[in-house]
Structure formats: structure tokens, C-alpha cells
Design a protein around this ligand. Sequence first.
Ligand code: MLT
Ligand code: ZN
Length: 475
Amino acid sequence: MTLEASALQGRLCALLGADSVLTEPGDCAPFLVDHLGRCRGRARAVVQPRSTAQVAQVLELCDAERIGVVPHGGNTSYCGGPIPDDSGNQLVLSLRRLNRIRSVDPDNYSLIAEAGCLLAQVQAAAEAAERFFPLSIGSQGSCQIGGNLSTNAGGVNVLRYGMTRDLVLGLEVVLPGGRVLDGLTTLRKDNTGYDIKSLFLGAEGTLGVITAASFRLFPQIRVRATALAAIGEVRAAVRLLAQLRAASGERVSSFELIPRVGIELTSRHIPGVSDPLATAHPWYVLCELSSSRPGEPLDEVLEEALAAALADGVVLDAVVVRSERERAALWKLRETIPEAQRHEGASLKHDISLPVASLPDFVARAAAWVATHVPEGRLVAYGHVGDGNLHFNISQLPGTDRERFLARAAEIRRAIHDLVREFAGSFSAEHGVGRLKVGELERYASPVELELMRAVKRGFDPHGIMNPGKVLREP
Ligand code: MLT
Ligand code: ZN
């Protein structure tokens, strides 16, 4: 054990001020459990620095004293990345007070935000400058942009704009030991050696602490057309997407798959959600076209494409929204599926991706496996089908035993992820590795990949203080 608890507390208080160091159990509690209650830990303290310089002081101290540091954002992640282990030796570093938009440059289509800004705050800052920041996820009112960067978050606009990584121009990062990588460039082209910033994106705080980022912005969206289309099978979703992309001149910005059970669960558990179509169908896609060109007739484009798809049997029924209220209702239906699943009972989550064209065969095989081997659960597979990313979740059936269902998690995960590998997919499309999927990375990454990842970890963090045990077990 390094520094005594009281000595560490004294040093931290001297660096940051006493009001920035939490040690009372009640104050620390929210930082020690994830939002699903699946990951818990203990910590020496929770610190809440107010500036990059203070983050640097904390990392200098912790590196010298070999104290593990767990960066913590909005705590909306699914893999336990921001939760310390149960040793009680680690320090949680909350970024919530680094919450300034440092600058917005509409002419350069760029913006600089600190890590603790809420995603919704970044979107609003862009909007106020008549620009668009496209990262959009269900938790945008509470997740922090630093966490989005650290997990390379995805969401509902990836199809058009890419993952968080694709939106980043530069980063400011505090390294273990306290040096600051000052890389807040807003350049679009910069071929000067290794792309160091890229290593921090998706590293989940294991290489350093991202304190700010410069982002690319886009023209503000002026027109949208949104529809819910009912389909009979996943293959129809893949065909409809291909047709819509071609017919709309690449205006498709979201293309989300919803299973029938998604409508049933949200209608049951979420006030204000109901089935917008008259009859039930096995699957649905929520598709949205968008454009920055005022007056572009996207409703017409969407209606024509859906009419053609109805005529040739790809689509079985469809509703195109007529107002912002109707649009919000459709998005609510989609975005509250995870919440509705929580109300229904325990669920086993699998955040997988596959080549889009392989999705129908994968879903057929995997759904058959679930039906045979998991009679106490039912498949709730939904998500970003346009990106080949499904949340292939299994919800406990009402009346079944929660603990017994959860006890099968590892066995079920293994079967599903092995099948994903057979289809050349990924076991983590957008939720990261955290601490829950460390074993999966060891199983599915190649020895060469693992060797390179460990070398990067050792190079950036030789004393292993950054979010220990996350992504990689101790190197
Ligand atoms: C979503 O797309 O709704 C989220 O990524 C959450 C989930 O996995 O359920
Ligand atoms: Zn998702």
C-alpha cells in the first residue's frame, strides 16, 4: 500500500481544495456503482478537479504514489469502465467540473469542448451557432462528452456521420505523470506521423485522461423526413436500406431496427408510447432522411421509396410522420427500449456488429439458438441496423427467476459471441470493453493485436495507474 489514506486526502485537499475531495460514503456512493447496478467498487476518494492543470496535479501525485486512477464521466456506460475495482485503493476522478465550451468557430465548422460537458450541451452550442454536432444517443442529457470520446460512442447518426472518433479533430489529454498533450488542433489535414489522438479514443481512460476535444461540425439540419416501416424479416431491412440510400441521394441519416417485442415492451412500460400502426408485424425500421437544404422535398422522396418497397413486398406497412410531435413519438419508442427492458426484468446485453449483408443469416441462426437454449428468456434485438450494429439482448420472461437467469450470462454470451466471430463480426460495436468484456477481448482479439495493445499500454502508462484492469488485464 502506498500513501496512508489520511496523508493522501491531505495532499489532494492541498492540491484541489477540500470541496473537491469526497471521502464520505454517501458522497462517494453514486461514483461507485454503474447505472444498471451491475458493477460496484470501492475507492479511496472521489476527486472533482476544476481544470486541466488540476487533473495534471492529480495524475502526477498518483503516478508517483502508484495509485490507480479511474476517470468518471456521466456514468451511463454499459461495461463498467468508470467504476473502480473493489480493492478500495483506487481514486475516482470525476470530470464533471470541466464543463465549459471553450470555443465555437462557425466558419471553420469546429468547436472545442471540455470533457465534462454533457453531450446535449455540445449539441446546443453547435445549434446556437447554426451548426450541427451529429453525435446522438439516448443518454445525451446525462452522458459526458469525455465518456463518449473514451468509449468512441456510436448512436443513431453513425450511418451518415461516423462514430465519435470520426468527429474528432484534436484532443487535450493529461498523461500519467502529469504531462499534458496539447493537441486541440482544428486542422482537417495533418499528416505528421502517428495519429496519437486516435489511441485515446476508445481507450476508456486506460492511457490518459481526455480533458478537452476539438470537434468537426456540419451544416445545420433544415429538413427531415421520418417513417416507421413494418417488415416481415431482417433481410427486408437490408434491402430497404440499400434502396433508400440510392433513391435519396445518400440522405439517410438513421436506420434503426425495432422488433415487435420492442413495441410491446415500450407500450407497456413507457407512458405515452403506443403502436403507430393498425396491425402487428414481426419487425420495423425507423428511418430518417435529413438535409441542410431548406425546402428539400424529403417527405416526397421517402414516400415514393416506401411506396415502391410496398409494391414489391419489401415493406408491409408504413407511416410517415406529419409533425415534430409525431417524429418525437417515434424516436421515443425507439430510444426507450433499453428502459422498457429494465422494467421488464433482467436482461443480457450483447452489443454486436456484423457486415450489414450478413445480418439476416446471423439473426436467423442466433434467434433459433436463443429459442432452443434460453426458454426462460426472449430475444429483444434492436438497434443501428444501418451500421450492422444490433443490441442482441435477451430479456428475462415474466415469472422466471432473476438470479438463475443471470447465472447463465457467461454461457449465453459465449455462444452468441462465438457465432458473431463465425460471421466475422465484433463482440463490442459501440459500448466498449470496460471491465465486463476484458475476457472477451482476450478470447476474440488476435495474439498480435493483444501484443500491440499491451505495448501501447506500457508505453503510455508504464506504472499501470490508468483505469487498471479495464480493457486489458494487467499487462
Ligand atoms: C441503444 O442503442 O439504445 C443503446 O446503445 C443501449 C442498449 O444497448 O440497449
Ligand atoms: Zn446503441
